[in-house]
Write a protein that binds this ligand. Structure first.
Ligand code: RIB
Ligand code: CA
Length: 323
């Protein structure tokens, strides 16, 4: 077994972020150095609580540090996706009650880092130069703030593997924009211009990665983690059935985690990616010429995932998280 890859998981823990945390913590190819929170699916304070609840279900005592990040995007007003991820960002599980009246899922006390997400990211990049990968699966506000604060240090990041963008498919926030980029397009452009190796894991591939309701139900009574997955995805699956015509849910964020160690799961192409930050109709659009060779004459700043071995990925997720 090769040396585990050090990662920081930057999340707006939401439901699929929680599934990404479970996969990352159960992947021996990775060492999770920290989990940071940002507003997006839910407010950053709730995202912190949801990260702690998710780690708690794994029964991990000395888990990675959890740090609170940015509450609002760099320029745009705060935008939350409560409708998709439930009022608490975790499918409503924080409202579930045991027969004795106690909450079924409560965040453990006192596990939040005193260091901000931005400072923790910078500290860890300084401690592990050229070794650490950053895996943002929410809006890129924390990452952009770290780049603004110390651009030289951030260029010592090995790679940023981010869930975000829509290149040859429609967006999920507008016809052209994906949620994470849409919420903070200015942060996304700063990331694109930072000179850090980037991998985009966009809707083009994540919407092919479906965790079916049948699979969720098949394992739900098998163990505590699978029961948590059933509980936290119920609202999210209902949304997918009504609004995406999918009998399950997209594994957007877990795919970004898997790509950090399993590039064979996807096919990538190099491109120059920019982000629309000013368009009335197109704000948050990821703009790139994915033709090989591209016709834009621009030097690439990223690799973009354009295809996926979906059965192999969903099997990996099921075996590591549910079974
Ligand atoms: O567009 C999907 C992305 O937006 C995922 O990261 C999901 O968690 C939401 O943040
Ligand atoms: Ca997310």
């Amino acid at each position: 077994m090769p040396i585990p890859r050090r990662i920081i998981l930057d999340t707006d823990t939401g439901v699929d972020d929680a599934l990404a945390i479970l996969l990352a913590m159960r992947s021996p190819e990775l060492h999770v150095e920290a989990i940071t929170a940002v507003s997006g699916n839910t407010h950053v304070d709730q995202a912190v609580r949801n990260i702690l609840i998710t780690l708690e279900t794994l029964g991990i005592q000395d888990g990675p540090p959890v740090a609170r990040g940015e509450e609002k995007p760099l320029v745009k007003p705060l935008f939350l996706a409560d409708d998709v991820h439930g009022g608490d960002g975790l499918g409503g599980v924080t409202r579930l009650i045991k027969p004795d009246g106690a909450h079924l899922y409560t965040p453990p006390e006192g596990r939040v880092s005193r260091v901000s997400a931005v400072d923790l990211i910078l500290d860890l990049v300084g401690r592990y130069p050229d070794e650490l990968s950053l895996v943002p699966v929410g809006p890129l506000t924390n990452v952009a703030k770290a780049i603004i604060k110390n651009p030289v240090r951030m260029r010592k990041i090995r790679e940023i593997v981010l869930m975000g963008g829509a290149f040859r498919v429609y967006g999920n926030m507008s016809p052209v924009a994906e949620f994470n980029i849409f919420v903070d397009p200015h942060a996304a452009q700063i990331v694109c211009d930072a000179g850090i190796p980037l991998v985009f894991v966009p809707l083009d591939v994540t919407m092919q990665a479906v965790l079916t309701a049948a699979t969720i139900d098949r394992y739900a009574e098998a163990n505590r983690v699978a029961a948590f997955v059933r509980d936290c995805t119920a609202h999210y699956v209902d949304f997918h059935r009504k609004r995406r015509d999918v009998d399950g849910c997209f594994l957007h964020d877990p795919l970004a985690v898997a790509v950090t160690f399993g590039e064979k799961l996807v096919r990538m192409t190099s491109a120059r990616v920019n982000v629309e930050t000013a368009g009335d109709l197109t704000t948050g659009m990821t703009v790139a010429d994915l033709r090989s060779p591209s016709h834009d004459g621009l030097s690439p700043n990223a690799r973009v995932c354009v295809d996926i071995d979906a059965p192999a990925f969903t099997q990996l997720f099921t075996e590591r998280v549910l079974a």
